[in-house]
Design a protein around this ligand. Structure first.
Ligand code: AMP
Length: 191
């Protein structure tokens, strides 16, 4: 299974990614988590990424693409992977296409979580209190939403053109959202 999970910041991608990836026995690869781990360890990659993350901007494609390429080349991703937070730009879509083509496989599905933007700001402000993410301040949240709309939302149309998009209502209880995703993906795995 090679899956992408998309949706605006705060749509619940991380939570759902872990459950879906476990079900399919593939790693959930979150570019945000990898960047945060690098920031907290003070690596050169973390130093490059931090200022962009704190401003709610995207880390440059070259940096992000290299990081994902290295992660996908690891043995645990050989049977497949679920990408959470990548690709986010058209350049990243092209890069990912090349990476997957190189392995002789195809992208199976793109799950897009849809949510109410006002509810999201609240979810993220709550998360700021529990997780202490430095990019969960109201200004940065709004900027991340803007950047998502400008740079990432157009990707849905690209994948829709390939007939692999499943738009899932991301509102409500976590378990209900998971069930909706699984219902949609069963269709894919049976086809
Ligand atoms: P996330 O945890 O997915 O919300 O990502 C947190 C931050 O990491 C984003 O606001 C970006 O600054 C950076 N980031 C994560 N994934 C990407 C990506 N695919 N391209 C560029 N920047 C990214």
């Amino acid at each position: 299974m090679r899956l992408i999970l998309m949706g605006p910041p705060g749509a619940g991608k991380g939570t759902q990614a872990r459950v879906i990836a476990e079900y399919f026995g593939v790693p959930a690869i979150s570019t945000g988590d990898i960047f945060r781990a690098n920031v907290s360890q003070g690596t050169p990659l973390g130093k490059k990424a931090q200022e962009y993350m704190d401003a709610g901007e995207y880390v440059p494609d070259e940096v992000t693409n290299l990081m994902v390429r290295a992660r996908i080349d690891e043995p645990d991703a050989e049977p497949g992977f679920l990408l959470d937070g990548y690709p986010r730009t058209l350049a990243q879509v092209e890069e990912l296409d090349g990476m997957i083509r190189h392995t002789g496989h195809e992208l199976d599905a793109v799950v897009v979580l849809t949510v109410d933007p006002n509810e999201i700001v609240e979810r993220l402000l709550n998360r700021a209190q529990t997780d202490g993410r430095t990019d969960d301040t109201e200004d940065v949240i709004r900027r991340r939403q803007e950047v998502y709309g400008e740079q990432t939302e157009p990707l849905i149309g690209v994948y829709r053109g390939r007939g692999i998009v499943h738009e899932i209502d991301g509102m409500g209880e976590v378990d209900d959202v998971t069930k909706r995703i699984f219902d949609a993906l069963d269709v894919v795995s049976q086809s």
